[in-house]
Write a protein that binds this ligand. Structure first.
Ligand code: F6P
Length: 542
């Protein structure tokens, strides 16, 4: 019998508290210790969660909810490699990929520690050859470029982290990512390249994803069109996949296939050979720092009491906003140009994991689950959608993320960036009252009448919640810890919502329906769709 959050007494208590007024300005004024009490440091990352719509009472209840849930048990199961992805009968063991190797990691009688070590050895060997420029292409030239073909979890992680860690790039090999089936992507990627100096990685756990296969075929054709023969292609094409057979059928040599495992979900696969581009650009030792940061967050998540457990805190706040206060969106606002792809990455992590309509037993859910995750790097957003955050009727909790030490020498830029980050959280929290707006307008010399007309437009309701996360710097270690923080937040929420966060059956329907439509578009089959789809096909095809 699963734990039912919504019928628990503690949740009923929270529902009652959700109806009471709460004014953050007043909470801060009444309680000088609030900021300190609602701030936590873990793995070097600071989380200030004091600007959230919580009182001490609400917070205690939320912690009690986590306490009463099967979180401790499920967390243990995940870290032990139990098959908690029940609809696919799979373990969820991405944490094993960043644990120190040599420990007891056995799954279904197989020593996975040895398998991971072997995979690392293969990765490191190729990385070292490419970075030392000793891996030569079919004409004997040095490899200068790598095309990484994949989509979803096989692309978003390495692409986001490669951007994030740009200042740590030590590789002479330039990495290009190709995901979308829009032919513009792969055409643009190959345009400036030379096949003789390009290595290709086909990254697909299933080796059955249409976009990846189609892009891989296009790149292979580009090689052939440029005079590459079978042996040349064998030298230049690598894969990371759990479907060795399909990769081999595509023409990839078995020695060029890095493993992916059934027990690692796509959106959690950054730590496997899907992280190859990172290992290449960072070198082995900094890649290990990325893993070490994630492992440090794993240990924190496993060991810290719930009240001091950063992923648990973020998860509880999310549940409070979604289910207690009816918020449907969550903004992710990195104040770091290099972290600008983080929102897209967390979008998949959170929305593909927890955007579900049934619980783990297949019964319909009565409450909403994952929020709509969106955002971009600050300060760009301030000149775009922050207007809505500040003044619209919508309440959108926001996570602000700021590295303390910049990765450049423009110190004054960084002080200004930080000032904007902090000012945004302050403005969202305190807003501007009508009295303040009126005084402001009158200070410009306006009359009472003019002030009465203009001041209402300047009012900001405030009371808009946010978290602020400070990283000492955007290094591989802290990035690893930050990613693992969001992974575990999503996990905790999945437990509280009693859902399977590790399958994604909803994605399948669109995939299934695209096949017959493609057949019609390419002239292979009779029509027979709904009138709208028929009409779109007709207009597209005329
Ligand atoms: O979009 C669905 C999905 O299955 C993701 O979960 C996964 O990360 C992505 O497709 C790519 O899958 P694959 O690595 O098998 O090509």
């Amino acid at each position: 019998m699963s734990f039912d959050v919504w019928s628990s007494a503690v949740w009923q208590n929270l529902v009652a508290q959700a109806k009471l007024p709460l004014n953050l300005r007043q909470e801060f004024a009444a309680d000088p210790a609030r900021a300190e009490r609602f701030t936590l440091e873990a793995c070097g990352i600071t989380l200030d969660y004091s600007k959230n719509l919580i009182t001490t009472g609400i917070w205690q209840n939320l912690l009690q909810l986590a306490e009463a849930s099967p979180l401790a048990q499920k967390r243990q199961q995940m870290f032990a490699g139990d098959k908690i992805n029940t609809s696919e009968n799979r373990s969820v063991w991405h944490t094993a990929l960043r644990a120190p190797l040599g420990g007891d990691l056995t799954l279904d009688g197989v020593d996975i520690s040895a398998e991971i070590s072997q995979c690392h050895a293969q990765m490191y060997d190729l990385v070292n050859q490419l970075n030392a420029q000793t891996y030569l292409g079919y004409t004997g030239q040095v490899i200068t470029d790598l095309i990484w073909i994949g989509i979803g979890g096989s692309l978003l992680g390495p692409q986001m982290a490669a951007e994030a860690l740009t200042p740590y790039n030590i590789s002479p090999v330039k990495i290009h990512f190709a995901g979308n089936i829009d032919g513009a992507v792969v055409s643009d990627v190959v345009k400036p390249l030379d096949p003789a100096t390009t290595l290709v990685f086909v990254a697909s756990k299933s080796f059955g994803t249409e976009e990846t296969k189609q892009n891989a075929l296009a790149v292979r054709q580009w090689f052939i069109d440029n005079g590459a023969d079978k042996a040349a292609i064998a030298r230049h094409f690598w894969a990371t996949s759990s479907n060795i057979k399909a990769a081999a059928e595509f023409g990839i040599e078995s020695s060029n296939i890095l493993p992916m495992w059934d027990w690692v979900g796509g959106r959690y696969s950054l730590w496997s050979a899907i992280g190859f581009p990172l290992c290449l650009m960072l070198g082995v030792s900094q890649f290990n720092q990325l893993l070490a940061g994630a492992h440090a967050m794993d240990q924190h998540f496993l060991e810290a009491p719930l009240a001091q457990n950063m992923p648990v805190i973020l998860a509880l706040l999310g549940v409070w906003y979604i289910n207690g206060l009816g918020c449907q969106a969550q903004a992710l606002l990195p104040y770091s140009h290099y972290l600008r792809l983080l929102p897209s990455y967390v979008q998949q992590l959170d929305m593909e994991s927890n955007g579900k309509s049934v619980n783990i037993d297949g019964d319909a859910l009565t409450e909403a689950t994952a929020p709509v995750i969106w955002g971009d790097a600050g300060t760009n957003g301030q000149h775009a959608y922050h207007q809505l955050l500040h003044q619209s009727a919508l309440a959108i909790p926001a996570d602000f993320i700021l590295p303390i030490k910049p990765a450049h020498d423009l110190q004054d830029h960084h002080l200004r960036l930080a000032a904007h980050c902090f000012a945004q959280t302050q403005a969202l929290m305190q807003g501007k009252t009508l009295a303040e707006a009126t005084a402001e307008v009158k200070a410009t010399g306006a009359s009472d009448e003019q002030a009465a007309i203009l001041a209402p437009h300047k009012v900001s309701p405030g009371n808009k919640p946010s978290n602020t996360l400070l990283l000492p710097e955007l290094s591989p270690f802290y990035l690893g810890a930050l990613i693992a923080l969001y992974e575990h937040k999503v996990f905790v929420q999945g437990v509280l919502w009693d859902i399977n966060s590790f399958d994604q059956w909803g994605v399948e329907l669109g995939k299934q329906l695209s096949t017959p439509i493609y057949q019609v578009l390419s002239g292979q089959q009779q029509h027979g769709f709904d009138a709208s789809t028929e009409q779109l096909i007709a207009r597209f095809s005329r």
